[in-house]
Design a protein around this ligand. Structure first.
Ligand SMILES: NC(=O)c1ccc[n+]([C@@H]2O[C@H](COP(=O)([O-])OP(=O)(O)OC[C@H]3O[C@@H](n4cnc5c(N)ncnc54)[C@H](OP(=O)(O)O)[C@@H]3O)[C@@H](O)[C@H]2O)c1
Length: 301
């Protein structure tokens, strides 16, 4: 059997690191798609101490930048030419309004538009005769998300950092459902699912101006140390992603999260989807808009 190849985005920290670790232990060759090569090289070294030599490599990807996405896909295709599993994990949360080089709001650019583009460009590398999977990491926050397809990038509406996070994750949920439906309609061997971790005290609050979220801030550090005792570790919180990626008992279009109280911790189980993500007309409009904004077109007539 040919070695299975996985790409994990944002693999140098938090849930992506734990996802990489577990996939390597399961025998995948894992490509860590990371924006900071120094951090990624350090993380790879730590991971290689546990995993078979050579099973993990790093390729640069800044998921918020269209040029970086295209150059990642070119390098990956040249190196490997095929893909079995894409774990779209990288994400940012709650930052003040900022934009990427083409003017897209940064949380939308990183958490959704970049993922839409990366997935479309990598899709031809999945093998037609072998089952493949795309797992998109969502968030409980998608349930508070408000979609505005006339202002996806916060050009006219009053920007709210957590509102932008919720909208970006609602877009991930709606697009995952649409992606799986379009893959099924095309007779593809690839299925698309989403997963959320509940909560975990990772590095996700770093650079966040809210001192309670930022682990670099003494207040945030104190708060996270208190909270850490009650919420899952990054290793535990990565389990829904791994379940969606590896279990034989999942179907395309499903959404998995921790099955315990309020979906914060516990063994992976089907999770609650915001009904807005199921709106077929919205999903179709979102897809077309995403193609226009990214210039990446796939699974469209
Ligand atoms: N932790 C939670 O409680 C929680 C809850 C719900 C959902 N999530 C979701 O889980 C996923 C992983 O988050 P985490 O908690 O593990 O956070 P984390 O520790 O901050 O890890 C996030 C990873 O994403 C990378 N990343 C961010 N922007 C990127 C970009 N433009 N290009 C490439 N990589 C980028 C980061 O790289 P750098 O190291 O270079 O910053 C890091 O490797 C995210 O999608 C997040 O929204 C987390």
């Amino acid at each position: 059997m040919q070695e299975r190849i996985a790409v994990v985005t944002g693999a140098n920290a938090g849930l992506g690191y734990q996802t990489t670790r577990a996939l390597a232990q399961k025998g995948y060759r894992v490509v860590m798609a990371c924006r900071n090569e120094t951090k990624a090289a350090k993380a790879r070294e730590e991971l290689l101490a546990e995993a078979p030599a050579g099973a993990i490599e790093v390729l640069r990807l800044d998921q918020s930048e269209p040029d970086s996405i295209r150059s990642f896909v070119d390098s990956f295709a040249r190196r490997h030419g095929r893909l079995d599993l894409l774990a779209n994990n990288a994400g940012i949360v709650g930052l003040p309004l900022s934009r990427n080089s083409v003017g897209h709001e940064l949380q939308m650019a990183t958490n959704y538009l970049g993922v839409f583009a990366l997935t479309g460009l990598l899709l031809p590398l999945f093998r037609g005769d072998v089952p493949g999977r795309i797992v998109n990491v969502g968030s409980l926050a998608h349930r508070q998300g408000k979609m505005d397809l006339d202002d996806l990038n916060w050009e006219t509406g009053e920007y709210k950092p957590m509102g932008a996070y919720g909208r970006s994750k609602l877009a991930v949920m709606a697009w995952t459902l649409e992606l799986d439906a379009r893959l099924r309609a095309a007779g593809s061997s690839v299925m698309a699912l989403s997963a959320h971790p509940g909560f975990a005290a990772t590095e996700i609050g770093t650079n966040n101006p809210n001192p309670m979220i930022n682990p670099q801030n003494p207040v945030g550090k104190w708060f996270q140390n208190q909270v850490r005792r009650f919420i899952p570790t990054a290793e535990e919180a990565a389990r829904p992603t791994l379940h969606a990626a590896c279990s034989d008992n999942v179907q395309g279009g499903e959404y998995h999260g921790p099955g315990g109280f309020m979906e914060i911790g516990g063994a992976p189980a089907p999770a609650k989807i915001n009904p807005k993500a199921r709106d077929a007309a919205m999903r179709e409009r979102l897809w077309t808009l995403s193609e226009e904004l990214t210039g990446v077109r796939y699974l469209s007539d």
